[in-house]
Design a protein around this ligand. Sequence first.
Ligand SMILES: *[C@@H]1O[C@H](CO)[C@@H](O)[C@H](O)[C@H]1NC(C)=O
Ligand SMILES: *[C@@H]1O[C@H](CO)[C@@H](O)[C@H](O)[C@H]1NC(C)=O
Ligand SMILES: *[C@@H]1O[C@H](CO)[C@@H](O)[C@H](O)[C@H]1NC(C)=O
Length: 219
Amino acid sequence: MDLLSVVLLTVLACSEAQNMINVTGELGQDVPLTCSFSSPDIFWFMEVQNRISAGIGRTYSSVPTYFSPDLETKYSISEKKLLVRNLSAEDSRFYFCGRKDDGRTVYGDTIRLIISDAQNVMELKAELGQDVTLTCSFSHPEIFWYMEINNKPRLGIGSTYASSFPTFSSPGFGSRYSLVENKLLIRNFSVEDGGLYFCGKKIRGAMIYGEPIRVVPGK
Ligand SMILES: *[C@@H]1O[C@H](CO)[C@@H](O)[C@H](O)[C@H]1NC(C)=O
Ligand SMILES: *[C@@H]1O[C@H](CO)[C@@H](O)[C@H](O)[C@H]1NC(C)=O
Ligand SMILES: *[C@@H]1O[C@H](CO)[C@@H](O)[C@H](O)[C@H]1NC(C)=O
């Protein structure tokens, strides 16, 4: 199997995989995920979009190989473990290990990495019908805003760049939201606006997220 087909592998996650295991970690922690089997050559994958998985790397006779140089700073593969370093909100996804059996990939348990939000999520109460302002935990000339939909993927709301006009990812958003500096204003808050919001900034092309904000209806 050539590298590309390993990297761009489509996994029918739920039908082929075995059990589902939940692993919980906190933001900033390093969390080890353990494959449900042992093999000299274990492949690790993560779900990047619904049912589409990307390869992270493999152990080959105990020497790990990463499918992209960037992945090496984020993940560490050893024996039957995948260490996910410095957890951030976007690490919350499904991970799979697999091995080759007669040329076929056999998957172990599916691991759902859950980011515990016990401490690190700010909660903001918002009154229905009011305008609500969310403030990003950092300042930056360019701030991106996202809202979580059904646990993932995150929906982009828009971004501000310096003092120029904000860019919204959907034409309707300009009337729903307003973006100024590091703030997101939600107009006329309704029950369906409740949920988890993230701000982010790009550092050398990588999105760094601020503290998630959970907005809940209430006074
Ligand atoms: C794993 O987490 C999901 C989502 O939080 C939950 O629905 C499911 O019940 C959990 N499964 C187990 C076995 O704890
Ligand atoms: C961990 O990630 C955060 C952003 O998510 C970053 O600010 C911090 O520097 C990282 N820490 C390490 C040790 O890489
Ligand atoms: C606010 O939203 C409600 C529905 O959630 C709508 O009935 C009302 O007209 C809206 N008010 C304004 C000022 O847009």
